[in-house]
Design a protein around this ligand. Structure first.
Ligand code: FMN
Length: 187
């Protein structure tokens, strides 16, 4: 039997993205975002839902660009910190000892310390209510060499930080099966 829990902003699992941009003064800032994911294949696009009151919001609107940085589980303290304090009154990246590098492709910084970074040019801003959905066209994905297996990003080597709606961080579990493959047994 299912128990109704009411309308909630919920999905399982959620990512822990660190969305970075330049602020109105040109300083690099980043915030934690769990509400986001891939939204288009051609062109490749990512969507991130950001509350209108976030300092990051105005930085993305001004610069029309952002990066999505994927932290590893050992960076949970830094990721959580970026999600609790505003860059309006502090240099969060310096406090987290993260190195911001200016993207060559978009007017946004990426966090060099994260194993995977995704550089996005703002394509759409959709007002949904409390949050605006920023859809970015992905211009490049950069990954540390040691996260690759046969040229592809290996999730076990990235060891991404996973967010749960129960307000906890998790690590990925074990391999289950090959996608676009195991289902063929039911054809
Ligand atoms: C795990 C986690 C996930 C979060 N996800 C979101 C999100 O998806 N959208 C959002 O607007 N804020 C989210 N936040 C809150 C912002 O990261 C937080 O308000 C942050 O301080 C904003 O930084 P800024 O003022 O420098 O932009 C999240 C915070 C945490 C800790």
């Amino acid at each position: 039997m299912k128990i109704s829990l009411g309308a909630k902003p919920l999905a399982f699992p959620m990512p822990t993205f660190l969305v970075a941009c330049y602020d109105l003064k040109g300083q690099a800032n980043a915030m934690t975002v769990a509400w986001g994911g891939v939204v288009c294949g051609q062109p490749p696009c990512l969507g991130v839902a950001i509350n209108h009151v976030r300092y990051t919001y105005e930085g993305i609107v001004k610069n029309k660009a952002f990066t999505v940085n994927i932290p590893k589980t050992s960076q949970s303290t830094e990721a959580d910190y970026l999600g609790m304090y505003s860059g309006k009154d502090r240099d969060k990246l310096a406090r987290a000892k993260f190195t911001a590098i200016k993207s060559q492709l978009v007017n946004a910084p990426y966090i060099d310390d994260c194993p995977v970074v995704i550089e996005c040019e703002l394509a759409h801003e959709i007002d949904l209510g409390s949050h605006g959905l920023f859809v970015g066209t992905i211009l490049d994905v950069k990954a540390n060499e040691n996260t690759l297996t046969d040229g592809n990003i290996d999730i076990t080597k990235v060891d991404p930080l996973i967010f749960s709606a129960s307000r906890e961080y998790y690590q990925i579990g074990s391999f289950v099966g090959k996608a676009f493959s195991v289902g063929k047994s039911l054809k």
